[in-house]
Design a protein around this ligand. Structure first.
Ligand SMILES: NC(=O)c1ccc[n+]([C@@H]2O[C@H](COP(=O)([O-])OP(=O)(O)OC[C@H]3O[C@@H](n4cnc5c(N)ncnc54)[C@H](OP(=O)(O)O)[C@@H]3O)[C@@H](O)[C@H]2O)c1
Length: 447
């Protein structure tokens, strides 16, 4: 009982209380503060019960009720505890009778509205998907002209899969001689064979073979290029310079995404090494050929995820700490800074360079991402519904490689075949210059 006094409500024992209860305790008022409960103060506030008198004999006084009595609400007549009317006239559950008198209750109406809304959304989604899938992807690069790239040589890195493969197919259809720069010859040959078959099935005249046999729809050539090896990049470029008289378009497309910490043959962090440094060396070694083939174009495939990256010059190899998402974003930011610096250096040469983001595309890029087995079907469904197909994703690459609309345009960032704004960190000229200088040293152009 004393615990009740822990409410710590102290009022003066005989001062400040309602006169009716001034005798709640028969003991003479004492000086100091005492706990007293269940009385009305002169200010009108009722203090909690029970009254506790410090002297035990007065505890049960008539002014001090022992315990507050909690009264139960009386049960309604003719009803049982289960809420069912016992009256022969009202044999329905009470809840229902309360709701049913004047039409549907608010929760029922809300459920109805929610069901109708869900059905409408599902119907709309199905129609949208049907339109997207069965009407076919919108080709926005305006490349209906099958001869647009006739006589032009295009090099695409990572052309055996995803965006690179779709870009190769489209440029082949436009009549280009397409060189597929791939790290795995067997995979590249397989992709090349499929592309040729697809083109024939689509009613095209059929591209030439690896050996260089000419075909009206263009020509496919497979060459080995591993961007994770500077030795391979050098060997590839040497072969290109020896065998190819011209290079009209270079598409830096190959990429690796959020892999575990790995190093390239030369000891660079893998994503920075492949996505930026490998392409940096490749482009620099082919610049002479591009200049001699001018007007020529360089197209760089970056990503919107550049926004989450920063160029941390102190740890470009991520030896102090490694975060796979950050490193991917950093490599894609490096792609943009490289493009802008190269555009500045190429002014007046008639060689243009632009960078793009393809959107979110359903490709093999996420091969290093682990998706739990149970979630996979859902992920596949969502990606099927909402991601771009490789053909859709390749539209901006094809546009920048072939469209007359971007003749002479350089140093710009594109998405969905339109120029887009960049964040200030991607336009920082001093960072771009510093990155260029450091990259030159890293790949061994400058010792
Ligand atoms: N998919 C998207 O949603 C998306 C979004 C934004 C940006 N991107 C960018 O788009 C580009 C193409 O990616 P994707 O989506 O088409 O992915 P993908 O299907 O995985 O294609 C990537 C290509 O890069 C090649 N590659 C990887 N490492 C290489 C290396 N060391 N040397 C040479 N080639 C190498 C791959 O060859 P293997 O087949 O032999 O591995 C493959 O051909 C990438 O730069 C990526 O960052 C894609």
């Amino acid at each position: 009982m004393y615990g009740i006094c822990k409410l710590k409500i102290f009022i003066r024992h005989s001062h400040g209380v309602d006169p009716r209860y001034s005798g709640a305790c028969a003991h003479p008022p004492r000086s100091g503060w005492r706990p007293l409960h269940g009385v009305t103060t002169t200010q009108g506030a009722v203090l909690p019960q029970p009254i506790r008198c410090p002297r035990k004999e007065n505890y049960k006084s008539q002014y001090a009720p022992r315990r507050p009595v909690r009264r139960r609400k009386a049960a309604p007549q003719n009803s049982s505890r289960a809420g069912v009317s016992l009256s022969p006239w009202r044999a329905r559950p009470l809840r229902k009778s309360r709701a049913g008198a004047g039409g549907p209750s608010a929760p029922a109406a809300m459920a109805l509205v929610a069901t109708v809304a869900a059905l409408l959304a599902a119907l709309g989604g199905a129609l949208w998907l049907a339109a997207r899938r069965f009407v076919g992807p919108s080709v926005r690069h305006g490349g209906g002209d099958s001869g647009l790239m006739h006589g032009k040589t295009v090099l695409i890195t990572g052309a055996n899969s995803g965006l690179g493969r779709a870009t190769a197919a489209e440029l082949l259809r436009l009549g280009a001689r397409v060189i597929m720069g791939c790290r795995d010859r067997a995979r590249a040959e397989e992709a090349a064979g499929q592309l040729r078959r697809e083109l024939r099935q689509a009613g095209g005249p059929g591209p030439g073979s690896d050996a260089g046999e000419a075909g009206e729809a263009g020509e496919l050539v497979v060459k080995e290029l591993d961007l994770a090896s500077l030795r391979s990049v050098r060997a590839f470029c040497q072969e290109m310079l020896q065998e190819e008289p011209r290079l009209d378009v270079l598409i830096n497309n190959a990429g690796i995404f959020q892999c575990p910490y790995m190093k390239t043959e030369d000891g660079f962090e893998m994503q920075f090494g492949v996505n930026h440094l490998g392409h940096f060396l490749l482009t620099n070694l082919l610049l002479g050929l591009l200049k001699s083939s001018a007007p020529s174009r360089i197209v760089v495939v970056s990503s919107k995820l550049y926004k989450y990256g920063d160029i941390n010059f102190e740890d470009l190899n991520s030896e102090q700490s490694y975060n796979k998402s950050f490193c991917y974003s950093r490599s894609k930011l490096a792609n943009i800074l490289f493009t802008r610096e190269l555009a500045r250096r190429l002014e007046g040469t008639n060689v243009t360079v632009n960078v793009l983001h393809p959107g979110i595309v359903r490709t093999n890029l996420g091969r290093h991402i682990h998706i739990p087995l149970l979630v996979k079907p859902l992920f596949n469904l969502v990606s099927w519904a909402f991601f771009k197909t490789p053909v859709e994703g390749a539209q901006t690459s094809v546009y920048l490689a072939s469209s007359p609309e971007v003749e002479g345009v350089s140093g710009k960032y594109f998405g969905d075949c339109k120029e887009e704004a960049l964040l200030p960190k991607a336009m920082d000229e001093s960072v771009a210059r510093k990155l260029w200088d450091i990259s030159e040293v890293m790949v061994g152009i400058l010792k």
